[in-house]
Design a protein around this ligand. Sequence first.
Ligand SMILES: [Zn+2]
Length: 486
Amino acid sequence: MKVFIACLGTETNTFSPIPTGEETFVETMFYDGDATQHEQNLFSEPLHVWRRKTEAHQGVVVESLAAFAQPAGITVRGVYEGYRDRILADLEAALPVDVVLLCMHGAMVAEGYPDCEGDLLECARGVAGPDAVLGAELDLHCSVTKKMLAAADVIVTFKEYPHIDGGARAAELFDICTAKHQGTANPVMEVYDTRMINMWRTPVEPMKSVVADMQAREGKDGVLSVSFAHGFPWGDVPEASAKMLVIADGDRPKAAAVAKSFGERIWDLREETQASTHSIDEALDEAAQIAEGPIVLADISDNAGGGAPSDSTFILREMIRRKMSNAMNGLYWDPVATRFCFEAGEGATFDLRVGGKCGLASGDPLDLRVTVRKLLRDAGQTFGSSRNRMGDAAWVTTDGGIDLVLNSVRTQVFHPDAFTQLGLDPAERNIVVVKSTQHFYAGFAPLARKVLYVAAPGAIPPDFAAIPFENFTDPYWPRVANPFGA
Ligand SMILES: [Zn+2]
């Protein structure tokens, strides 16, 4: 059995002002056919799993490109086409191939390509031929499209948000694809469109039980896999809504029925799963009441993981206006301010312009008097089992007593060690502001007295009814009360 593996992806926020070019891929993850020789991260982990499992089956692995970019705006056409054509050339050179396994995101948009994954799968099918088994693993923040379903034999998405199950889903995809290759299973896919745009947090109820039941349904009664593709709300693409995707063994009506029943359950939970958010004033009012912290405020609208710049100043400006102290706030992606801190050195007190540099969604920059407390080259933070780059990092304290962490590689806050490695302890602060939507939660919830999700202005605002879609024209909840009746 010859298995071809590759990774190409990013999550495209079509409203983000940041172009996604080659530099972002190189900075985030780029391996030229040797990803499995290096430490794994979220999007190379599937390749590690596929290599291990293929070799355990005495199979041969052909490994191509592994490229993933930190979410940002639309990918430059030539960059996407270059990576795609490189993978296709490697595939052609490897023919004949029994199984092709691609790790992708499912919400990648390039100039001229609203559905990069559908395009890549279609091209890969063309090269590998009709008899090869073609499988894809996607992030759950994906749009499952007709083009993907037509080209692939098997599509499996993450089930957990935060994404802690990339390795488990990779193993599941491998098992279903190799069963098809060996003739012991005949996977068929059916999709149910929930006609919803929302974010669903899976560690908490009611979604926790839905995910458990999806998993319990698998492997029984001819159901091979149950995925919930949540969609990515800030990707303006024609098929943006959340969809249930079920794979059954040769039985399309069964796959469709199971997809419909889970999809209707998620629809019925819509009010319950609608995120409760606070305005900046509400959150800071509540934080001011707490004598002993920390209260963790998530700046969900400026999450780099959703393509936002991570340099917006709306919450910080209001904290300064209210003269709040014993507070910390990060990560501010501000390579210029970070560089100034390194030039000035630890202990220096000087005037520094912070944040607000990337566009309207970032707000205005803040001119602050700061003291440089700690500098760290090549900082990193923990995410799952991997280390995530932060670049150069600077801890500065404003003259009003707010600690800020500035850094040079754009990333959301994943873990408290983003701060503690600099000597800054979130547990000792009353207010901790993290620029992240949900991935911060596992690390910060245990030390937080309370977690509030703050709907500040930004590049990924949480008002799903108001997202200015142009390419996604289907009626959807919550913009309309009943998109099925429309
Ligand atoms: Zn995701």
